[in-house]
Design a protein around this ligand. Sequence first.
Ligand code: ADP
Ligand code: MG
Length: 688
Amino acid sequence: MITQNVLENSVQFVKGVGPKRAKIFKKVGIENIRDLLYHFPSRYEDRRHILPISKLKINQLQTLKGKVITNGLRFIRKGPAIFEAVIGDESGNILALWFNQAYLKDKLKVGSEVMLYGKVEIKKAKLVIINPEYELLENGSFEDSIHTANIVPIYPLTAHLNQRYLRTIIKGVVDLYAPMAAEILPSNLRYRLKFIHISAALKNIHFPKNEVFYQQARKRLIFDEFFLIETINAYLKKKIKTKLRGIRHKNKRQLNNLFSSVIAFELTPSQKKVIKEIKQDMMSPGPMYRLLQGDVGSGKTVVAFYAILLSILNGYQAAFMVPTEILAEQHFSLFKKMLKDFSYKVVLVAGKLSTGEKTKIYKKIKEKKVDIIIGTHALIQEGIKFKKLGLIIIDEQHKFGVLQRKTLKEKGINPDLLVMTATPIPRTLSMVLYSDMDISVIKELPPGRKPIITWWVSEKKRVDAYGFIRKEIQKAKKQAYIVYPIIEESEKLDLRDATRMYEHLKNNIFKDFNVGLIHGRLSSKQKDSIMQDFKAGKIDILVSTIVIEVGIDMPAASVMMIEHAERFGLAQLHQLRGRVGRGSFKSYCVLVSNARTANAKSRLNAMIKCQDGFEIAEKDLDIRGPGEIFGIRQHGFLEFKIADPQRDLKILESAQKEAFALIEKDNFLNWPQHKQLLNYLKSKLDLI
Ligand code: ADP
Ligand code: MG
């Protein structure tokens, strides 16, 4: 199909591609011409330096130029066909060999001028170059060489598409289509910041003539990636603040009394400050769109509870969405307990409900017979209609994608939205991910918390760790978690698993204690009853997988042992460890691991040294790089091709500043000079 914008045309129509190869391209995510233009090299090789044959150095990659003096095919028994050519210049000769490329005999004819690039060796006292990249110099000039004699792009390799082929195809596309790329940067911005035109950038990122051109192209394209996201964020923020009519919650006299009658402790200064910020947002006419960051155990739930009270006292419903059923259950029983003396109704929407029960609950939600609705992503499923949704709270935000945020938001008439995360987000990333939101931070933990004493021991010391756990839980009412990376024995991985270890611990090591087992494959009913038993102290040691990673609040648990700790990411370990130390007594975390890799060692050492979530997040970013964390990839439009928020922080800052300034002037990109930009954003995002 030929579309209006040629860059959207399928790669199939590109010279040298065709339907069959188009399928291969599609497998690696390249569907149209724009995708090809934006398929950037992963590195470059500088092949500009051409040496006389006599000056070539052994065992180095080099470029040479000469004439084909003799050529021929050689066949060895059972081996591949070998094409041989002797190449010579004024200074000497070299033998070039290609395996399995018999067709070259028709290309590299005697007398033709060629350029070769490859590793030079000495075989039987002769200079030899094996499987070099070659280029025919048709009119004696190598101005246009793309495989040799220039700075040559090396693309991320994809099966069935070799470098030479890809380079040739992309060269054709760049020559033909880069000049047609739409310039989305407003020209005054482009001149002021001295950026080259997008067409030049696309040409020079693939085939730079020199370093300066390359750097200009790179800078321009990195800026583009950040600028587009920041413009989207700025646009959304502006729209939320000015266009959307939100709910104007009113302050209620009973609010503070009601709150303090159910909360037993004094709020920390941070909690107070954050509550004030949230309240202000909720009472303003525009919708709240706020991110609450607070380390594990910093007390985000009560803050959420305050906001919920404000909303229901105003006669609205409040939805509280959490990533796991265990957590939904926990919040449900906490809220029910806190509100037991009041007439407000709390419901749980969970996977375990029968269809009949669900229908009943959905009906109640629709008719506003219930005020607080707690659930997992079941909450964003089609069936649920709210009568009067005033507030949405999303706990442990990092587990949800942007899309889920958006879908839930569409359920009410611009309800206030508060998303909470215990994964501290390094500034660079939050600049990219959340610059459309307002941000509140809980800086300190409630008083009396002691650092969780953390050890890393080798597997040889496991028995000692058992002994320590035994001693610890013998103290009044203390409990322990023992965490494994997998549920059941695996053929592929030689790891201890939760199921078998549970049997072993229950029957041998901790016979005299109550041992429980929890993991993701249990039904929600089973999970519930185990967590209830643990809470009630009927279980002393809970054997578990990563299911307890987020949010679980069991103040009596004081020791955690994590087996094969090297298999968990740093952020995961921090979250897991956050399950203990939630009371005021000393808590411990024992990491068991025979880690050998530098990466694993640095993670485990970081756990011993730091307790602070922000510090750990920064370390994690260093160790893993930004792509892995926070599932940036799954955000779709946040997939960076060339930019790296951490490395390119300066450009990011500038892009953010420019984008917000632009939207400040032309709120909704209505000016004619912003038309291309608006069109582009529209093509990426339906919410504009
Ligand atoms: P998170 O921020 O990880 O969600 P929670 O909200 O689950 O943390 O709170 C952790 C624990 O700290 C809970 O048991 C909670 O009751 C308690 N808590 C919260 N705020 C305070 C406070 N200001 N003083 C004492 N304990 C608090
Ligand atoms: Mg929590």
